[in-house]
Design a protein around this ligand. Structure first.
Ligand SMILES: [Zn+2]
Length: 116
């Protein structure tokens, strides 16, 4: 259908599958109840915190991947949502779910640009 972005669509769909599998694993890990002595509980608490952070990070990334796939469908993919300029192919290959060009991303990282 939209062949221009086929390569990126495939990259995104592969990433999406990986993220879903990783999320399922992490969520299963979180579902395990902790027992044992105090030290065990403390350790598993730290591990839990880590797992929660990982789940949050993966969930955010998955949402970005989904949005990028949506942009492919809308044919707004590959255009910076801040300045409207095309995003470079190299950047899209490295970060296929990005919605900002490198200049705007750097501005966002500095806090100069209102990040979504
Ligand atoms: Zn831009």
């Amino acid at each position: 259908m939209i062949h221009r972005w086929k390569k990126y669509q495939e990259l995104l769909e592969a990433r999406r599958r990986e993220l879903c599998e990783e999320l399922a694993r992490k969520r299963a890990q979180l579902a395990i109840e902790s027992g044992g002595d105090m030290l065990d509980r403390m350790r598993s608490f730290t591990e839990r915190e880590l797992a929660v952070r990982t789940v949050n990070r993966l969930t955010r990334l998955l949402a970005e991947v989904d949005l990028a796939l949506e942009r492919i469908r809308d044919d707004t993919y590959g255009t910076c949502r801040a300045c409207g300029r095309p995003i470079g192919a190299r950047r899209l290959t490295a970060v296929p779910w990005c919605s900002l060009c490198i200049e705007c991303q750097e501005a966002a990282d500095r806090g100069d640009l209102e990040a979504a």
